[in-house]
Design a protein. Sequence first.
Length: 342
Amino acid sequence: MRRHIICIAGLCASACMLDAEGTVGTSTNTQAGIQLQGIQLQGIQLQGIQLQGMTMQGFTFASATLDGRPLVNLHVDKGELVAEQKKKVVRGTDLVGAHLFAQVRNLNANPPTSATVEYQITGIEAELATYDPTQTGSTFLYTLTQNLGGTWLPACLADSDGRRAAIPLAAIWDERGDRSASSTMFTLGCTTGVIAKCYRWGYRPWITGYGDVVALHWTCTRVARADYCGNGQPHTQDGTLINIWDNQPPPGPIQAHAATPLGMLFEAGWSTGGAVCLSHARWLLNGGLLAQACPNKLIAPGLPLETVCDIESQVLGQGVSPRLFNESNLNLNLQPLGTRAR
């Protein structure tokens, strides 16, 4: 089990002038390192004028090919893509060269528009043990390129390790950040997007023995984008520090809470629906703007049914099912309301 201090939401700035990755420890009393986080969900770069304004809906299980021949029964087995061809199982590096197709859409267009985008797997390697706090293995990193009129361009930006890689997950996320299971589509989340980042923090939806890790992972994607309202609207500045932990029973927690890092204060408790409550410190700093953005969800101090919490036990008293908690260096630099990251 590891303890992370994580860079994300628009709550600090100066503390982020550190290395993107630190040394990962294995003790709950050891700081696992500093990570610079972004605000995209999948992190896939949709390139081409015709795809402007589009958001990724998901990769389809159907239509995948390898060497010009169909791949059948394509599915996600834990953190790996597996398929069949000519009655033989195809997995691991044997899938290099496979062509996949994704559905993208623009709900803001009138009428809404959609398109199909072709991708190719150009590299596959096993995930590093550094990103496996539960020591469950079975995860692979997929390098993808997008077909832009016959020119193949990288689908992922380089992460802090210099890799342009994605991790497969057996679910999809919509524009509101809501997760759903699908029998027809799956996600390939770039390691620069929060879906893959939360996976790498240990919240692998398929692992057992740690409680409801599906909900933990979904909740983490809310925290990692400062999606307080739980509506897909991030309120972040890239490269901001938070300290995140969960309350899972033994053998958990997956991310443990030890001493509060110097300069940080408790900020919020979180569930799959966003922030459950905010600390007095957060309410004093832009809390009013968040209340306006989340009517009837986040209620300021002093009002009936106020949603205020300054310690973990107060979060647990909110009558919901909080999954994660965070501390942060609070400041005024919230992402302007009304913006949306893709």
